[in-house]
Design a binder for this molecule. Structure first.
Ligand code: BTN
Length: 325
């Protein structure tokens, strides 16, 4: 996208036709600049209709992130967060990690309409879509050290599912450690990066990506089974309300985590664990894959499994459901 792309998109956001000339006049640009700006928009995956004699129209209107609407939806809890909105940055986690290192405040939130280098767990890329994803990072400062942050990523997954429940989504659940799934497909992911000393204080940059409405073209570029909130029955997804709801649940869950550790959230997490007491394949970082039975999670958020030789504690790995033979 170039410097004018977002300005043009905002004029088109109503979903109506706008002529190239009218757009050029409104933005005090040449028609060639409008055309150029729109090339970038299409390259970013936004579907655009261009009809001779009528102009340009978006295939679907965009519900932009809006600070005032987020604060209204947050109500009293808005005071706990400092929300900063960006059109396009490389990664909200990358920016917030830099800000955290130079003293950004507890509760700082950075959200972006588009990321050019969104990052996922285990070095993967995170693919979002302009207007179709919610992508943000939250800075949370803890009085204790990084050693006490085990279980944090599970706590965050729980907050997301609880926020979705609050908004009427039924059937979303968790896959250890923190993927949010709906009907076996990924709906949201969490990337947590930490800074600080073993003995404290410490802080976490909590990056969250939620698929709201992904086009078939975007879904095709993702190398795992994905779904979105529209398919989970949410219809038009109000992203501002969604952000407010997730932040609200995070505030509650993180306060409990700070007080009681993950132990205080274990029951709520396990009640939403989709693979609880299931037979799964466990992929270790070494690449070794083996069949295990999931027994549960412990008070540190580690996975408890039985691979045939008694109870084992797993701290890193990927799960997938076993295909029935
Ligand atoms: C995963 O499931 O692999 C984690 C995905 C996390 C994606 C979010 S989007 C907002 C934040 N910024 C990033 O670059 N990544 C996280």
């Amino acid at each position: 996208m170039n410097a004018h792309s977002f300005a043009v998109l905002r004029l088109l956001a109503d979903g109506a036709f706008h002529s190239g000339e009218a757009l050029a006049q409104r933005l005090d640009l040449s028609r060639a600049s409008i055309w150029q700006a729109l090339q970038g928009v299409e390259a970013a995956g936004v579907e655009l209709y261009s009809v001779r004699g009528r102009g340009y129209r978006l295939a679907a209107p965009i519900d932009w992130l809006d600070g005032q609407r987020i604060a209204e939806a947050q109500g009293a809890s808005a005071a706990r967060f400092h929300v900063e909105l960006h059109d396009e940055i490389d990664s909200t986690n990358t920016l917030l990690m830099q800000r955290a290192a130079v003293g950004a405040a507890h509760g700082t939130v950075i959200a972006a309409e588009r990321q050019t280098a969104g990052r996922g767990r285990l070095g993967r890329r995170w693919q979002g879509e302009l207007g179709g994803s919610l992508m943000f990072s939250l800075l949370w400062r803890f009085p204790f050290g990084v050693a006490q942050l085990s279980g944090l990523s599970l706590a965050v997954g729980l907050a997301i599912v609880q926020a979705l429940e609050q908004l009427g989504v039924q059937g979303a659940g968790l896959k250890w450690p923190n993927d949010v799934l709906y009907q076996g497909r990924k709906l949201a992911g969490v990337l947590i990066e930490v800074q600080g000393d073993a003995l404290g204080p410490s802080c976490a940059v909590i990056g969250i990506g939620i698929n709201c409405r992904l086009s078939a073209a975007t879904q095709a570029t993702i190398d795992q089974a994905v779904t979105d909130l529209a398919q989970a029955g949410m219809g038009a997804v109000p992203r501002n309300r969604l952000l407010a709801a997730v932040l609200g649940e995070l505030a509650v869950v993180l306060a409990r985590f700070e007080r009681d550790g993950f132990a205080g959230l274990l029951g709520d997490w396990q009640a939403r664990h989709l693979f609880h007491r299931r037979e799964v394949d466990l992929l270790a970082p070494s690449g070794l894959r083996r069949a295990v039975a999931v027994l549960g999670v412990d008070a540190d958020g580690a996975l408890l499994v039985d691979g045939g030789a008694g109870v084992e504690t797993v701290r890193v790995g990927e799960l997938s459901l076993r295909a029935k033979s």
